[in-house]
Design a protein around this ligand. Structure first.
Ligand code: ZN
Length: 202
């Protein structure tokens, strides 16, 4: 399986990183080795001094598709989840400055937290509330209606480039409030009122 990530999908987050609003979604990939195994702590990698959390809504793809039309995109996912796109912000900054790819900053082992999935029927897709608590304090919160590109548009867009396969996961971008993790932090993701993941940082 593969993980397809969307960058710059929330206006307030674009502002906080002083990025330009893109004309089309920013897309990057994480390999399956990036997934943090369930119940494992997140170990801060030695190569970075500035690991940031980014909480994001996840879409799990349920069948093969390519060049999917937005109006049929809803048939390609039944489950929605919540996760973290851990980012080595210091390395990403260097990569951006030099115009280099982001993989070292975004695709390292453990950089993809994949929480529990729920049936999409149990949610109002157009208005999903989610938040991230760090040490019991809310540090990020968002709603799917704030996304510049919604789920169906994202599926249509990325499937022009990548064949989507059953089990692939799309990380749909993060709202404002990203920040640094330090040892002993506890991160809890809440999707529409229900805990989706709990991660200890080591
Ligand atoms: Zn992200």
């Amino acid at each position: 399986m593969k993980i397809i990530c969307i960058g710059r999908n929330y206006t307030e987050h674009i502002k906080e990183l002083k990025n330009e609003r893109p004309e089309s979604p920013v897309v990057f990939l994480k390999p399956d080795s990036a997934i943090l195994p369930k119940k494992m702590p997140f170990f801060i990698p030695s190569f970075s001094e500035d690991i940031h959390y980014e909480v994001e809504i996840l879409i799990k793809i349920n069948k093969v598709g390519k060049h999917i039309d937005a109006k049929f995109a809803h048939k390609y996912y039944d489950e929605i989840g919540l996760g973290i796109d851990f980012t080595a912000r210091d390395i990403q900054k260097k990569c951006k400055e030099k115009g280099l790819p982001w993989e070292k900053a975004k695709a390292f082992d453990g950089s993809a937290v994949v929480g529990d999935f729920v049936a999409k029927e149990s949610l109002d897709i157009a208005s999903i509330d989610f938040k991230l608590l760090k040490n019991e304090i809310t540090v990020q919160q968002g709603n799917s209606q704030q996304m510049l590109w919604g789920f169906d548009e994202l599926i249509a867009y990325v499937s022009q480039y990548f064949t989507l396969k059953k089990g692939d996961i799309i990380f749909t971008g993060t709202p404002a409030g990203v920040g640094k993790v330090t040892e002993n932090d506890v991160l809890i993701g809440i999707l529409q009122g229900t805990e989706s993941f709990k991660i200890k940082v080591k």
